[in-house]
Design a protein around this ligand. Structure first.
Ligand code: NAD
Length: 283
């Protein structure tokens, strides 16, 4: 029997837990935990994401402050905004919505955020600490994948895991997290020669590629646990993952749908990270 992992329900549970923590934080410190989101320009998708983050924070009894800057904001102006948030005691977490307009250097911008306020977990200090199993703030989507596995009662120790995709955002960090849980991890990418052979031996598959239905049921080991991170918009406007759900769900023991699987976990983990950042900076 295949279990469909309900990311929406698990994310809701986490958001409730964070709200309880946020209320205790308020009782202890006399203010709500605070997240500042910087949005440069008016990319419609980014505006929706930022709006969703703002609403989720408010529902979780956190302060959300969205700073909207014009598309032609200069590097110096943007860095000044980050510097002022870095020193603001009421701001626990800072997030710069990506992608940034082309004239801005995203790497320099993200590196300017204080590591302890870097709720996206992208700062090199936080990435390095993840390698050493010491990170407090870990990237939200990979962290969401691990939470889905944990809350589904799956123990990873000794399992073969295949991660498809090696981005700094998802593939690499989730590989380190699986390794930390004692899985034997194979990282696959665009130059991997025989993906099918690797998948046939994989007890856990995490697909983070961005190619609709790249993984089909016949490629999977029977009983595989499959998490689909991919979000691909099809011509008809619908959204699909990197895994062909219809065939894969016939073979997998656990599988996440798209939408409603990994997606909702990203914002839940952002709230969790903001809470962790607030607690760590206000002991
Ligand atoms: P990316 O483009 O940075 O990385 C894609 C990776 O896939 C690369 O490492 C590349 O080597 C690998 N790849 C490409 N073709 C391949 C192939 N044929 N076989 C094996 N590997 C191949 O993408 P990303 O930022 O890691 O995102 C991946 C997907 O996850 C996208 O669809 C993105 O929209 C989605 N995503 C979802 C969430 C969420 O909240 N659910 C968050 C981040 C990303």
């Amino acid at each position: 029997m295949t279990t469909i992992i309900d990311g929406k329900a698990i994310a809701k549970e986490i958001r409730k837990e964070v709200k309880i923590d946020a209320i205790s934080f308020f009782e202890k410190h006399g203010r709500k935990p605070g997240l500042s989101v910087i949005l440069v320009g008016d990319d419609p998708a980014s505006c929706i994401y930022v709006n969703n983050k703002q609403k989720a924070c408010e529902k979780a009894e956190m302060n959300a402050n969205t700073i909207k800057l014009p598309k032609n904001t200069s590097m110096d102006e943007l860095l000044d905004v980050i510097d002022s948030l870095n020193t603001d005691k009421n701001v626990d977490g800072i997030l710069v919505q990506l992608p940034l307009p082309e004239h801005l250097n995203a790497e320099l911008v993200l590196n300017r955020i204080l590591p302890e306020k870097d709720v996206d977990g992208f700062h090199p200090i936080n990435a390095g600490q993840l390698l050493q199993n010491k990170a407090v703030l870990e990237p939200c989507t990979p962290k969401g994948c691990m939470e889905l596995l944990k809350r589904s009662g799956i123990s990873l120790s000794g399992l073969n895991a295949a991660v498809i995709g090696r981005s700094n955002l998802v593939g690499k960090p989730v590989s380190m997290m699986l390794l930390r849980e004692n899985a034997t991890v194979t990282i696959c990418h665009s130059k991997t020669k025989d993906l099918k052979a690797i998948l046939k031996n994989a007890d856990v598959v995490i697909a983070a590629v961005g190619k609709p239905k790249l993984i089909t049921g016949d490629m999977l080991k029977p009983g595989a646990i499959v998490l689909d991170v991919g979000i691909n918009r099809l011509e008809d406007g619908s959204i699909t993952g990197d895994v062909e759900f219809e065939s894969a769900s016939q073979v997998a023991s656990y599988i996440t749908p798209v939408p409603g699987g990994v997606g909702p976990m990203t914002i839940a983990m952002l709230l969790k990270n903001t809470m962790l950042a607030a607690e760590a900076q206000n002991v």
